[in-house]
Design a protein around this ligand. Sequence first.
Ligand SMILES: N[C@@H](CCC(=O)N[C@@H](CS)C(=O)NCC(=O)O)C(=O)O
Length: 316
Amino acid sequence: MKPTDEQAGAWTEAFDSGKFVRKSSEFRDHIGKNELFTIESGRYHLYVSDACPWAHRTLITRTLLGLEDHITVDTVDWRMNTNGSWSFNPEEEGATADTVNGETSLEGIYNRAFTGWNESGRIGTVPVLWDRNHNTIVNNESREIVRMFDSFTDAGMGNGISLCPPELRDEIDAMIDSNYESVNNGVYKSGFARTQVAYDEAVTALFARLDELEVHLKGREWLIGGGLGQLTEADVCLFTTLARFDLVYVVHFKCNLRRIIDYPNLQAFVERMIDLPGVKDTCNWHHIKAHYFWSHQNINTFRIIPLGPLEGAHTR
Ligand SMILES: N[C@@H](CCC(=O)N[C@@H](CS)C(=O)NCC(=O)O)C(=O)O
């Protein structure tokens, strides 16, 4: 049975037997693979929420690849409305106006890209990759946006780093796949579960995978490659979930078998990522914490934002 939007709270996703089921992203074009969307400096724009782990992947990748001068960014307010919509609010610290289209909400962007969007009842997620030339959304799936940014490197932009070298691509994809349902989406499946069975299942799978990753990272710095490994998209995709874990998911999503700080190798991995040049500046701990506890009123009725924890990734 599908709940009404109101029952679903802040989320537009469906529920199946009490399990949270994430909807797939709507815009799936690719810069560089299609004549419409050629690789050009200054043409593409990211709309992000600093709170969102999926959007955070695109911000970190932009930074690590040195694409700040080539891809512009606007940041929504951390308050997601109860219908799941995002607003632009330049008055809020760390948030901006929509500097490209002058919209006041993200729905406005989706409506520009897809006439009738507003009437369709859909809200629109971050991240969004916008094309100034065609005035449309290229893509709103973080994993694909991250991959596209690597092709800017091939076109001679940025600092020349690749986070997805062709010879590691299959390994990277397999690692991202292995972490997606259990960890990245797993925290949401735990937090939004509507039955004990659905919750138990999600949390068990989540921690089983974290246990495996803890072993995998023993004696390594990065998830992929020989020796200590090499930094790739797989690290970025895992990091944005782990960085939010102790601050938010342990309490808000009831992911409390252990904390990341209790896993020495996972904690070292999180700290290593934060210490990479520019990454700490992409971590807006206030937006992250305030967003979840305030926005999901269906699981935190009085919007109380906890004071702790005293230590964790956010104090790095
Ligand atoms: N599959 C998408 C998921 C993006 C997503 O779910 N973003 C959330 C914020 S963390 C959102 O904008 N939710 C608003 C809504 O569902 O209405 C991706 O990886 O880009």
